[in-house]
Design a protein around this ligand. Structure first.
Ligand code: PCA
Length: 156
């Protein structure tokens, strides 16, 4: 079992959340909402408007997201789905839990800092550093940079 912090299209209500629910991919259990302890630039980049957490601690904003416990099958699926390690690399991030559901030994205590994996990237284009940064990703936000789904890309 592995803790994963998702900040982009895998969050509830975002375009790839259904992948987390699909038990054919494995299991993902929501345990709460969290914010990164350090600042990172969360940008939307490329022609498909993909969210990327740039692995540059200290720049950008403290980023909000969701923490899930995933089984090995889901972890393998997510590594594949996120084109890890080519596009994203799965790295450790320190989090502050903001809202926890459930109890149990796998549930972090509120307020304590807590470590999980996240799909961030070291292989970004230099010009992405000029993009606006976000505290919380929403594909349908006022930025107008709506995520282009895989299915939509394949049709072109
Ligand atoms: N999916 C992963 C990384 C960025 C994305 O869109 C996530 O939601 O955390």
């Amino acid at each position: 079992m592995t803790h994963i912090f998702v900040y982009g299209t895998l969050k509830k209500g975002q375009p790839n959340y259904d992948r987390m629910l699909n038990t054919a991919n494995g299991r993902a259990q929501f345990i709460g909402r969290a914010r990164t302890i350090e600042k990172y630039p969360l940008v939307i980049a490329g022609k498909y408007n993909i969210p990327f957490l740039l692995n540059i601690p200290g720049q950008g904003q403290r980023v909000q997201g969701e923490v899930y416990i995933v089984d090995d099958k889901m972890l393998k699926f997510l590594d594949w789905f996120e084109s890890c390690p080519q596009m994203y690399q799965r790295s450790r991030v320190q989090l502050e839990m903001e809202e926890c559901v459930g109890e149990g030994e796998d549930t972090p205590n509120m307020g304590n800092s807590f470590e999980a994996f996240t799909y961030s990237t070291n292989t970004h284009k230099p010009e992405w550093l000029q993009n606006p940064t976000f505290e919380s990703y929403d594909s349908h936000g006022e930025h107008g940079l709506r995520y282009v789904t895989r299915e939509a890309r394949d049709m072109h």
